[in-house]
Write a protein that binds this ligand. Structure first.
Ligand SMILES: Cc1cc2nc3c(=O)[nH]c(=O)nc-3n(C[C@H](O)[C@H](O)[C@H](O)COP(=O)(O)OP(=O)(O)OC[C@H]3O[C@@H](n4cnc5c(N)ncnc54)[C@H](O)[C@@H]3O)c2cc1C
Length: 438
């Protein structure tokens, strides 16, 4: 029987890795370094680059390969403060208004810094400033987007445009959304090429990168750290935790503050640029306002569609998650009916209990954690912030360093409450009128 979901040769592997497969780097570990960085994703590599630019040596360690985590398998959709706006508005109300305004301003500025980094370091990763469209899954969600437009336009006039339902075909020809928000200061890139570009740049600035090194913990020896790894001990002046959705027991304080959540993606077979443009006329990156949201975009060569979402807040097998996403893609854009998928994969993101990103120091060790599902620009920025904290002398501290990093009583890092949260979120989307396929 013909399979209308999986194309022949379907693989459980990020489509991005076809162009940029993770490369094993088995560098010998030095006995000592200035900064021991745990986690070889965007956050860790960004820290290493900023340190290296000031002549500070760092050792970036990843227990898999450099870039193996979310950094090389994400959707490659980029925004500045747009991602902060997605954090829970009720939690925003509890924040000091001045601090919130500073965070929005900093997040917006981080987008410009991000673009500057790409050109300064010569990172070739199919970057485009294509803008983002966020579909409203319910009429009330369109009102919420109108408020978000106001917030974004206050910081940068004209950056956001509310699109009513009758004009949605200009952005995304679907009947499922009730209009949406177009945000111009947003872009797309190839995440695996970006991460490899960061790695090359970190190396150029003098960092040592080592894959296959699992960090098991550290102890203090005077003002220095002795970091225990699967390949021996390393002495360092500073430690940096950049393990995000893969944070484990080696850094239990951080793990207690993070909720790891699996996010899934699929790539369709090649359908050609004309069919891609028929469903994505402005070739933007896309998301929506649902609790269990979708994110999608054209591939950098505009020949396929990449579609992602949280198939389950629990850890479902990739093939099941891929089939689940495929049904939703066709439900959203029935024009793609008959299109099969060639790749399916998943990766971990990390949420904080306040749904905000965090950077700071605990017990002498630095960290940049909690991307809340949207971290390509944010983790690049927070990695740099952490480096500047270690370097000292930055006269304008990041607003994000002033946030407390909350946890929950009895929470040890295993999100036992996720099935309940998933059911609650599904119910909320359903209550709003969203009817998803089975
Ligand atoms: C499917 C998916 C889609 C996404 N889409 C988008 C998007 O479109 N736009 C966006 O902005 N963000 C997106 N994100 C989020 C984004 O990818 C992350 O925010 C970002 O990559 C986090 O980078 P990081 O360096 O903090 O963590 P990671 O890249 O996850 O790196 C952490 C690394 O730490 C390593 N590690 C953990 N513990 C140890 C240890 N003890 N010793 C050594 N190494 C260790 C892991 O092996 C891992 O490689 C997506 C994420 C996923 C999974």
């Amino acid at each position: 029987m013909a399979d209308d979901t999986f194309a022949p040769g379907f693989v459980e592997r990020p489509w991005w890795w076809e162009a940029a497969p993770p490369k094993p780097v088995e560098a010998p570990l030095p006995d000592e370094t200035d900064v021991a960085i745990i986690g070889g994703g965007i956050a860790g590599l960004s820290t290493a680059i900023e340190l290296g630019r000031s002549g500070v040596r760092s050792l970036v360690m990843d227990r898999e390969t450099i870039g193996w985590g979310a950094s090389s398998r994400n959707g490659g959709a980029l925004s500045g403060a747009g991602s902060l706006g997605r954090a829970r508005p009720d939690l925003h109300k509890a924040l000091d208004a001045k601090l919130l305004a500073e965070m929005v301003e900093e997040a917006e500025a981080s987008f410009e810094e991000f673009e500057a980094l790409l050109s300064r370091e010569g990172i070739d990763c199919a970057y485009r400033r294509c803008g983002r469209f966020v579909g409203a899954h319910a009429p009330a969600a369109l009102e919420m987007l109108a408020r978000r437009a106001e917030m974004l336009n206050r910081a940068d006039p004209g950056v956001a445009t509310l699109i009513p339902r009758e004009r949605i075909a200009e952005e995304l020809p679907t009947e499922r959304y009730h209009g949406g928000l177009a945000i111009e200061r947003a872009g797309s890139l190839h995440p695996a090429l970006y991460t490899q570009g960061l790695a090359a740049s970190a190396r150029r600035h003098g960092a040592t990168l080592a894959g296959g090194v699992s960090v098991q913990g550290w102890s203090r020896d005077g003002s220095a750290f002795v970091v225990r790894t699967s390949r021996g001990a390393v002495r360092a002046k500073h430690v940096m935790v950049a393990t995000n959705g893969y944070t484990g027991a080696a850094t239990q304080w951080h793990r207690r503050r993070l909720i790891p959540v699996a996010s899934y993606m699929i790539a369709t077979e090649e359908i050609g640029e004309e069919r891609v443009r028929a469903v994505m006329p402005r070739l933007r990156v896309y998301g929506d306002t649902k609790k269990i949201l979708y994110y999608f975009r054209p591939s950098p060569d505009f020949r396929r569609i990449l579609f992602g979402g949280r198939a389950s807040m629990r850890d479902a097998p990739v093939r099941d998650g891929a089939a689940w996403l495929h049904r939703r893609l066709i439900h959203l854009l029935p024009q793609l009916s008959g299109t099969r998928i060639t790749h399916g994969w998943k990766g971990n993101v990390a949420f904080a209990f306040d749904f905000l990103p965090h950077v700071g120091v605990h017990d002498g060790a630095h960290y940049a954690l909690a991307c809340n599902g949207s971290g390509v620009v944010t983790m690049t920025h927070l990695g740099r912030v952490a480096a500047r904290m270690m370097l000292g002398g930055d006269n304008r501290a990041s607003a994000f360093t002033r946030l407390p990093f909350p946890t929950m009583p009895f929470y040890a890092g295993t999100p036992w409450f996720m099935p309940l949260v998933t059911a609650w979120y599904r119910w909320k989307d359903h209550r709003d009128g969203w009817r998803a396929p089975a």
